[in-house]
Ligand binder design. Structure first.
Ligand code: F6P
Length: 539
């Protein structure tokens, strides 16, 4: 069964939301709070170690009701069932979308083409576990008999961003191995990493679902050539492993078939950290922590599948985001984790959200005349307060923001933790209330300066409190955003799991690369021709 193909703007609820938007677009949240002392309890979800407060949004109970009706009208429930049961919902590529199967228990039965994929998933997990233990314990050794000290993940996009973000986020849980990531085809990237390595003690994990990606293969070949300056061909088997669906190409590269960790075409690159693509995570934090990450994601899957929509965290966050994107005309959303560990979180989400929902053709194949995918950006607080918060507070743009905070710090420095979280709460409060002219005047502000010190407020935020940053809670958080992406794609009536938009640039790049060494250049626009000639002369 395919995904439903309902044009959201033709639903009754969309019409109701449009009319309702006109009625409440200028209402200040401050007044909503003043009118209803129970508001913060009405708009909150407590689940497991998550406390999600969505009361600081420009919504009323009526808004929420219509948004929930929209979810029903676009047949979200059926869509969720289609995804989890392995139906071919990635219709443009003819594939199921089953990253959830990667974290499902062994007792599950999820069929693709009539075959249960769970036993194969768990077989690969056991291979990851055995391999991780051998490397971490030092039983697996390099070509001179020394245990490994360094891991290099070679991949790009989903084969880099997920593992890199998780390893960075979970550095508190890390073991003795040093983990590096090489992604960019910029040779300076790989060379800077190579500078730090000892070939005798470094393990290379080449991660590419397709094993055709220019960046990854270039970096893997450069590293292989460097390695072979120190070691022999036969030593490659000890130092190179690969994660891919393209087993033949991996073998051609020279990697020992025993060192191949398979994945499947029903796992999208940007949702693949739960597969063997996460091997670097397992190596960096140990298999048990990697498994706990997956268990956390599984718990969020169960919540998403079974919870009523009005208390379903990914569904509620997705609906609120639709409200701003499609009715208020907000173009972007900020994600602000109050944890330095989540430094790479927004960068990671950018691929998941923008590669998935940056689409303008609907599931019937017609151009779309409403807004889809949001721009995602962000940096940890408090650093971002001293960078771009000015624009969120007093700029002309409406930027809804997710504030993510952990109520306990990992190192237990309560003084810092309290300062951190006081900033978190102060910011969301300031964004809500703003500062009135009267307040500015009462501070004795000189007349001419008064307008500059007024804050309108009414800037929406979601607060996502989590007890503690752990592999399990991180798994839940990532899965929460994955499901939010899915819900939004369903509502916008788009295909979220292809990425044809990244192909055109790749094709042109390979043509241009050939032209660098040719006498003549092809037909380009005059700007590109000039720049190409200039580059050829000056490189
Ligand atoms: O950027 C396009 C893309 O296909 C991503 O979706 C994917 O994560 C990335 O390239 C890397 O692809 P691969 O794992 O096949 O090398």
């Amino acid at each position: 069964m395919a995904l439903p193909t309902v044009n959201p703007t033709k639903t009754n609820s969309w019409g109701k939301l449009k009319a309702h938007f006109e009625a409440i677009k200028d209402v200040h949240m401050k007044d909503l709070f003043a009118k209803d002392e129970n508001r913060a309890n009405t708009f909150k979800i407590e689940w497991d170690d998550f406390y999600v407060d969505f009361s600081k949004n420009r919504i009323t109970e009526e808004t929420f009701k219509y948004l929930l009706e929209l979810a029903d009208e676009v047949k979200l429930k059926e869509a969720i069932e289609s995804q989890f049961s392995g139906e071919i919902i990635n219709q443009t590529e003819g594939r199921a979308v089953l990253h959830s199967a990667l974290r499902a228990p062994e007792s599950y039965n999820v069929k693709v083409d009539g075959e249960n994929v769970i036993p194969e998933v768990h077989k690969v997990k056991r291979k990851i576990e055995a391999f991780t233990n051998e490397v971490v314990n030092g039983d697996r050794k390099g070509y001179t008999g020394k245990p490994f000290t360094d891991i290099v993940n070679i991949g790009i996009g989903g084969s880099d961003l997920g593992p890199a973000m998780v390893v960075d986020s979970l550095q508190y849980y890390k073991n003795h191995l040093t983990t590096h990531f090489v992604s960019n085809v910029d040779g300076d990237h790989v060379n800077e990493v190579i500078k730090k390595l000892n070939p005798e003690t470094t393990l290379f994990v080449v991660v590419s679902k397709t094993f055709t990606t220019q960046e990854t293969l270039s970096n893997a070949n450069t590293i292989k050539s460097w390695f072979l300056k120190h070691a022999n061909e036969a030593d490659i088997a000890k130092h190179f492993v690969a994660v891919s669906t393209n087993i033949d190409s991996v073998k051609n590269f020279g990697i020992d078939p025993n060192n191949i960790f398979p994945m499947w075409d029903w796992v999208g690159g940007r949702f693949s950290l739960w597969s063997a693509v996460g091997l670097s995570i397992s190596l960096a934090v140990g298999y048990d922590n990697y498994d706990a990450l997956l268990s956390g994601a599984y718990k969020m899957d169960e919540h998403f599948k079974s919870e009523d929509f009005d208390s379903n965290i990914p569904v509620v966050l997705a609906l609120i985001s639709i409200w701003y994107n499609n009715f208020f005309g907000a173009e972007s959303e900020a994600v602000i984790p109050y944890s330095q560990y989540l430094n790479q979180f927004a960068t990671y989400l950018q691929q998941g959200i923008m590669e998935s929902n940056g689409k303008s053709i609907d599931r019937n194949g017609y151009p779309i005349d409403y807004e889809t995918g949001t721009l995602i950006w962000g940096e940890p607080g408090t650093n971002s307060q001293h960078a771009f918060f000015q624009l969120i507070h007093q700029g002309t743009k409406l930027i809804p923001a997710d504030f993510i905070g952990f109520t306990k710090s990992l190192h237990g420095n309560q003084d810092h933790q309290d300062k951190l979280m006081s900033n978190f709460l102060a910011q969301t409060e300031a964004l809500l209330n703003g500062k009135t002219k009267d307040e500015v005047v009462s501070e004795g502000t000189p007349e001419a300066i008064i307008p500059f010190k007024i804050f309108q407020g009414n800037k929406p935020t979601n607060t996502i409190f989590i007890n503690k940053l752990s592999p399990e809670s991180l798994g839940k958080l990532i899965a929460m955003y994955e499901h939010k992406i899915f819900v939004q794609g369903v509502i916008w009536n788009i295909f979220s799991y292809d990425q044809f938009g990244v192909e055109l640039g790749k094709q042109l790049a390979s043509k241009i690369l050939q032209e660098f060494n040719n006498q003549s250049v092809n037909n380009h626009d005059s700007s590109t021709s000039n720049l190409l000639e200039y580059y050829k002369k000056s490189r």
